[in-house]
Ligand binder design. Sequence first.
Ligand code: SF4
Length: 461
Amino acid sequence: MQTTVSAASELLKKYDVPGPRYTSYPTIVYWDDDPTVEEWTTSVARALDETEARGGGAAIYIHIPFCRSLCTYCGCNTRITRHTEVGKPYVQTLLKEWSLYRKRLNREQPIPITEIHLGGGTPTFLSSEELTELIEGILKDARLTPDAEFSIEADPRTTTVEQLQMLARLGFRRLSLGIQDFDERVQDIVNRIQTEEQVRAVTTEARAAGFTSINYDLVYGLPLQTLKSIEQTIEAARRLRPDRIAFYSYAHVPWIKPGQRRFTELDLPSGEEKRALYELGRMLLEEAGYIEIGMDHFALQTDSLMKASTEGALHRNFMGYITRQVAPLIGLGVSSISDSWDAFTQNEKKLEDYVARVEQGEIPVFRGHKLTKEDRVLRRHILNLMTRFETSWETAELYVPYLETVNDKLAEMRRDCLVKLENRRCEITAEGRPFLRNICMAFDARLVRKVPTTQIFSRTI
Ligand code: SF4
């Protein structure tokens, strides 16, 4: 059924509510059963043995929190500084943390690694020497699987040719550039000025150095954005033709990120206007040959993310959409999140606390969660919806009693033609895709049982 413009607008109003983004299930605010360090490392060791038996390895996420200036929309864990000398001791702490894991895991054979991702903050805040020391230090006593992939997030304003060439020599092939918007007024209010020429130069140099997949992060819903500015931004991205584009929804959470107080809600496009920005961006990207994958992600037919989507292998975790399910994911660095598949943990969020814990010889975890059977089953359904737009609980393995309530919770969305429900199967329609987060919320037993009394989530539209 085709939804009319006014009906679509009503739907956007109706379902524009606060809700999780589901980079994990349970969402962090519902983590309530901390593993001990023993339990945590045992669970990582078990996941490692299982993946190794299948020819896989661990994914390592390394968080570099430093940035030279604050982008006011930022929702990441950052430390703003121009003192580049903080990089070296931080690399030493990361390597110490990694050696603590190696000691605890106590393996006779080297740790197999299938993925390394450097995120931030700004990983290219580190110099070429520091990045080399970090990666070589991690790989010492480790073994790369034949299909191992290295990826890095970079800031086009500061990344140098030398860094790109060195990263390529170390084995990095995927580069993600933070861009957000090319419009000068928008760039000014979010305090992130970068020209199309700068982005073009880094893109061209990265390809020449050997990077085979380049992603641009764009954001819709930023202050002062208009249909015209989005059109110009997407046109610029189309000219530069990255392999992937993440077109994220801006999450306005000034009560958590005070930097977002530089502008007010009046500067922000509202629910319906904001969705129109996405729809225009999507149309322009699809016209240029990009295919929408999961939530807010686009890829060219030739990119590995597209291939993973076609083969049903797409996965989503704290790093966004990735080409395969990996466990364990070991997060190193301040605030990093780890996932052994049976449990989650998060490292200390304050830099000084993180460093102090590592210096004392402790795995610097400050909170975590051991997943219950219900958590594991519901996570599978939320992942299915996020990566394939459908899920089914016909088999005993994917069934828990909570699922008996899902059809009732989705009844209104079914009447609005956002989902199709058949026996124990839920499929999201094309009209339902903008409401993916709302649909996942029906599968979120923890949210249903305990609705937050204060606002902690950004709005779903
Ligand atoms: S958006 Fe990126 S570069 Fe800007 S402050 Fe946040 S982490 Fe740093």
